[in-house]
Design a binder for this molecule. Structure first.
Ligand SMILES: Cc1cc2nc3c(=O)[nH]c(=O)nc-3n(C[C@H](O)[C@H](O)[C@H](O)COP(=O)(O)OP(=O)(O)OC[C@H]3O[C@@H](n4cnc5c(N)ncnc54)[C@H](O)[C@@H]3O)c2cc1C
Ligand code: FES
Length: 260
């Protein structure tokens, strides 16, 4: 059952231009949290904006009862959130949605992130490491500053990570899809998890399916209720599907088999 908590802000900082990390104490939400799930945040603490904003669990410490989120300021909600200060409270509902299916212990996993879509893959990486999986990551970053944030986090988790930047300022020059095609043939991959722009996830899904590698994608959709009650996030997973999926409740994580 999701909880609604007044989450105490323990730390909040701009880690790269327009990219923020916020750590809150929300023990009820943290205790039930699984990688790939999200929280629904009321950014201003008031009814303006009316709708909560969904953000992925970037990291969770269940012993401490803390949750960390990583977000980009893109509009009013995230801009309001960026103004919240340490020791203030934010209204948070969660954990919500269907998270990643965890693989068997000891498997070789490739995580592929695009931009801030890397957020849910970080908590997943922590859990996979704890179950003795070999975890490697490839990600695309919009800037050198953003890449440095992601790289540092993967390093802290002891995960080998390859960056891709369009200007080549760090790692592979080009998209993370180009990087995937270059690196993947040389490594063992039992399962791929991806989150980022839809076009990127489509290309990753095509790669995985053409190499018979199972995988999961984490989708982003505009949300209202966040709990499956309003159809605000309903979409077809494939254009030819007759049925609509509710991204907030049936997802946000879906098997690649449902997407291709
Ligand atoms: C399950 C889920 C998990 C998510 N996790 C994260 C996360 O961990 N970190 C994170 O930064 N975001 C995440 N998002 C996206 C985040 O919810 C939106 O960026 C946020 O709701 C935007 O709210 P806003 O009020 O700032 O912008 P709005 O005022 O709602 O939108 C402002 C403008 O930004 C555009 N916009 C909206 N969302 C995005 C986006 N994601 N990227 C680029 N442009 C966008 C809109 O089309 C509009 O033009 C997630 C979304 C979902 C559905
Ligand atoms: S946001 Fe209401 S059903 Fe998904």
């Amino acid at each position: 059952m999701p909880a609604v908590e007044k989450a105490l802000v323990a730390a909040h900082q701009e880690v790269a231009q327009g990219l923020y990390e916020i750590e809150v104490l929300a023990p009820q939400i943290a205790s039930g949290a699984r990688p790939g799930q999200f929280v629904h945040v009321r950014p201003g603490g008031t009814s303006d904006p009316l709708l909560r904003r969904p953000l992925s669990l970037y990291d969770v410490d269940q012993e401490l009862g803390s949750i960390t989120l990583l977000y980009k300021v893109v509009g009013r909600g995230t801009e309001l959130l960026s103004r919240v200060k340490s020791r203030e409270y934010i209204d948070m509902m969660g954990p919500l949605g269907r998270g990643f299916t965890l693989p068997q212990t000891g498997q070789s996993i490739l995580l592929i992130g695009g931009g801030v879509g890397i957020a849910p893959l970080i908590y997943l990486a922590r859990v996979l490491k704890a179950q003795d999986c070999t975890v490697q990551a490839a990600y695309g970053a919009a800037s050198l500053q953003d890449a440095a944030v992601y790289q540092r986090k993967f390093q802290q988790l002891g995960i080998e990570a390859w960056p891709a930047t369009m200007d080549g300022s760090l790692g592979y020059q080009g998209t993370v899809v180009g990087l995937l095609h270059q690196m993947a043939p040389a490594i063992k991959i039992d399962m791929i998890y991806t989150c980022g722009p839809e076009g990127m996830m489509k290309a990753v899904t095509d790669y995985a399916q053409s190499h018979q590698i199972p995988g999961e994608v984490s989708l982003e959709e505009t949300m209202a209720c966040g709990v499956g009650a309003c159809l605000g996030c309903a979409r077809k997973l494939k254009p030819e599907d007759a049925d609509y999926a509710k991204v907030c409740k049936d997802g946000p994580v879906f098997s690649m088999d449902l997407m291709a």
